[in-house]
Every structure is written in C-alpha cells, then in structure tokens.
Design a protein around this ligand. Sequence first.
Ligand code: SF4
Length: 263
Amino acid sequence: MRFVYGPVASWRLGRSLGVDIISTKEKTCSFDCVYCQLGRTVNKTAERKVYVKTEEIEREISEIADTIADTTDVITFAGMGEPALGANLGEVAEVIRRQCPKTPIAILTNSALMIDVGVREELKKMDIVVAKLDAPNQRIFEQVNRPINEEITFEAIIKGLMEFRKGYKGRLCLQMMFVEENKESGVEMARIAAAIRSDEVQLNTPLRPCPANPLSPEEMERIQKHFEGLNATATVISVYDKMKPEVRVIDKTEVIKRRGAGD
Ligand code: SF4
C-alpha cells in the first residue's frame, strides 16, 4: 500500500490506521514547526490541491476492509504534511465512511486552514478533529510553528477554531506541543482552550526523535496544573500519563516513512 499505513499506536487515538492524502516524497506543509519529526518543510504551501486521487485511496482501503474492524480503533488523516491541503479531503472522508461505516474517522490538522469556511465544512465530516495549537500569541506562534507566509496568523486561526466549534458536533481535541519556546505559556493557553470549548486538550512534548528537546515529566506536570479546573467540559490528557495500545501492523514500511523507525 502507498497511501494507507499502520495501524500505529497513538497515545491519543488508540490503534490508528493512517491515510495520507498528501503522500509527497518530502513533507508538504504550511508550517515548519521546530519539533517536526519529518524534518524541515520542503514543499512550503498553503494552497489546496489534489495530491492523491480519491479512487487510489478507495482501492487501498477496500483491499484491507475485512481486517480493519479487528485491527483499528480509528482511521486517521495524517502523514507527509498537512492533510487539509488535500483538496479532496471531504470526498475521501465520504468514501471511507461508505467503506467502513462502523470505524470513526479522525484528522490531525495544523489548524491553518480553519480560516477557510469550505475547509471547516469538510472537517465536519470527521468524528474527531485533532487541531494543533502551540502558542498563546503571534510571537510564539512564529517561533514554534514558523508559518510559511504572513497571511497565516495566530488571530485568524483562533477565530477559525471558534467558528468551527460553533457548528461542529463531533469531538474537537486541541493538541498542544510544549517545547522550550512555549513552556511558560501554560496559563494563557489554558485560557484559550477554555474559550474555544474543545472537548479535549492533549498536552504533548516531542518524545520521538526530532530537532527539539522534550520537556521533563515535572515540567509537563506544572503545565497541566494550569489546565485543571479551567474548563469543566474538557478532558485533559498528557503524553507522559498515557500508555500506548498494542497494535497489529498491516503495513510497516509506510509507517516508518511517515513516523520514523524510532517510534
Ligand atoms: S504542522 Fe505538522 S507536519 Fe507541518 S511542520 Fe508542523 S509538525 Fe510538521
């Protein structure tokens, strides 16, 4: 298989079967995060286009459809960059839904395209949206996520996330990666999470091989305290607290390409 990989053990989602509708040789993204495990962004773009034809994904999913129920908790859009850059995201989600009606569909997005009403509509087709938010202001956003152009702003992303929340009935999770640059921003980020009213906040630090150093369990615990009690409806989980599930991998080569051999 070329576009479907795993399942991988995700501390956030369980046994996650990856679907990569970007699948470029090098990473394609609108960010160039300091902690990205895929290295520096080579294909810098914020424009959507079809990278992999919908029929290609449909064919690969149908090949393994019989095994999915036994091996997979969730089918997740992720991979070699930002999945929302795939212009056929919504269409592929509909195809997967038809093929695997009982398996929830998730996406890991960097949130940059939350500013686009059309993308927000496509994201509503997902059962779980895991949206990146690593900064409390424009300055730290630029330091940590290094957006590829000036049109992608912190303020616009927050507005987009709030708009999305208003009309989204599925599970909205905010994924927050903490590194040296934003480790003192816990209080402000907890306030922002409460304002967005996400269902879950995932506190992370880069434990897989990447250019940034992870924070210690003690530093993450200190950050987690800021989130407790601020938003009674949100579950707060931290990477150091969660155990990974056991997985039976269907396609290992494609996993290593997208997540590295050290995971
Ligand atoms: S948004 Fe994701 S893929 Fe893009 S640079 Fe950041 S971590 Fe890497």
